[in-house]
Design a protein around this ligand. Structure first.
Ligand SMILES: C[S@@+](CC[C@H](N)C(=O)[O-])C[C@H]1O[C@@H](n2cnc3c(N)ncnc32)[C@H](O)[C@@H]1O
Length: 279
């Protein structure tokens, strides 16, 4: 293991980092992630900030990315350890963390959620932003959850969120582009993010694409770029099953970053899971 400035690279796992993270190119996403996902305050960031107040000690974030959520936690005094397989994403995080003078509160580790091994245990582990769905199949998702279990204290809690698969959308499998987000720049230009889904009901994989367009102030297309977003979606019953197989028990599933009960109109599922401890 060696340390470059604040980023720790685990030599032993480097080959797995390269092999397993092929479903989404976070090298490309690093350039765009904050433009589209950190431009306005999301409910998700506030939710994790609030929930973290109930936990003592360091928090582990799986797939810390550009630090969008970890920075919010550090701003209220929490210490965060974040792992991510994309050196480009954590380099972005590192810059933001330095600018905000939060380097002492956040440690960045370049590691793969499929096989990370930290010499530490946490009362709270979080996997925000659908990151568990970036695994290619059920086996990998269970792997990640098992790794989390190994890093939880006996009373520790794992909180993660995933999108609620919309049955109607999946069965229809309409592959048309839909508008996701528009960002207006000061000079009159704008970025537009479109999404496109392609669901496979057998593998439960959505071979999604996100399309970025830059439009000039005269309305001309300046460029168009396509990025893959492949996710293995999970229904509530799948979540309970993969948790059980990972030695976790689901203590609650709620809707859309609230404590409200889950139903099929929910966009997101927020899961609280605890380690099953022998009686
Ligand atoms: C959707 S982003 C979420 C980033 C951040 N948690 C947030 O909420 O803004 C997913 C992150 O997971 C990381 N990631 C994807 N596969 C991973 C893996 N196998 N191990 C570790 N990190 C992974 C990506 O590099 C990316 O930074």
């Amino acid at each position: 293991m060696f340390i470059t400035d604040r980023i720790i690279i685990n030599e032993k796992f480097k080959k797995y980092i390269k092999i397993n993270v092929n479903n989404m190119n976070y090298k490309d996403w690093a350039e765009w992630y904050d433009i589209f996902y950190s431009s306005s305050e999301h409910q998700e960031e506030k939710y994790y900030q609030k929930i973290s107040e109930d936990f003592e000690g360091k928090i582990l974030e799986i797939g810390i990315g550009t630090g969008r959520i970890a920075i919010k936690l550090a701003e209220i005094g929490k210490n965060v350890v974040g792992i991510d397989s994309s050196i480009e994403m954590i380099s972005k995080a590192e810059k933001k963390i330095k600018n905000k003078k939060l380097s002492k509160k956040i440690s960045l580790i370049n590691a793969n959620m499929l096989n990370f091994q930290l010499n530490d245990k946490f009362n709270l582990i979080i996997i925000p932003a659908n990151t568990l769905l970036l695994c290619e199949n059920e086996e990998q998702q269970i792997n990640v959850l098992k790794n989390c279990v190994n890093h939880l204290t006996s009373k520790g809690v794992l909180i993660f969120n995933v999108y609620y698969p919309d049955n109607e959308m999946i069965n229809e499998n309409n592959k048309e582009e839909f508008l996701f987000n528009t960002i207006n720049l000061k000079n009159g230009e704008r970025y537009i993010l479109y999404g496109k889904n392609d669901f496979n009901i057998n593998t439960q994989i959505n071979n999604g694409i996100q399309i970025i367009e830059k439009i000039s102030n005269k309305g001309n297309l300046l460029f168009r770029k396509k990025l893959k977003v492949k996710t293995r979606y999970l229904f509530p019953e799948d979540i309970i099953k993969i948790c059980e197989k990972s030695n976790l028990v689901v203590s609650s599933m709620t809707r859309d970053f609230s404590n409200l009960p889950l139903d099929e109109s929910s966009e997101n599922i927020i899961i609280f899971a605890k380690k099953i401890t022998p009686q």
